[in-house]
Design a protein around this ligand. Sequence first.
Ligand code: SF4
Length: 221
Amino acid sequence: MTKQFEGKLYSLQVAPEDCTGCVLCVNACPAYKKNPDGTKSEVKAINMALQAPIRETERANWEFFLNELPDTDPATFNMETPKGSQFVRPLFEFSGACSGCGETPYVKLMTQLFGDRALCANATGCSSIYGGNLPTTPYCRRADGRGPVWSNSLFEDNAEFGYGMRLTADKLNVYAAELVKELVPEMYDELMQADQSTQAGIEEQRKRVAGLMHRLESLKR
Ligand code: SF4
């Protein structure tokens, strides 16, 4: 265990009313509970059980997990590693895909790595059905409201559709830079030269943009 996690406990909490019962987590989990004397028991750390007898208890545990336990401090892990990425709250949850679908863990991982700024141009297929079973969607938002944006185009034009989203984002960026140069030139260099190659850098740039918006508001008065 690395030093910053010494003395801390790690909990995996199942959402009792959304588990589809595929058993994959139980099969994949390498951990076993310990006997009272500290030796390894034959009982796995996570196990299947009938839902009805434990529904109320686990519902309360789930609520506690969501509302009372803080998200892991991003300063304590490197999210650009396989292990670190799993400490980031996913922005994809409870899809309507088949139980045990092998595709959805990749979508979940994508939202852990890029979800606060992802633009999804979803080709038609399973992922567009479980990703956009409107009026609901399994994509969700961070506490600050940031999350993936998603749209689906029909069948073979998906590459052009995604390319259009990319060009639009690039054009908006160019236009925003032009406006900054014109309206608040003193902020131009700081904003345009900011290092956004890491998540921490992106979060810092968001703070600068919030400052820019504040400054623009003051110019209106
Ligand atoms: S890829 Fe589609 S068909 Fe296959 S398990 Fe996932 S949702 Fe079901």
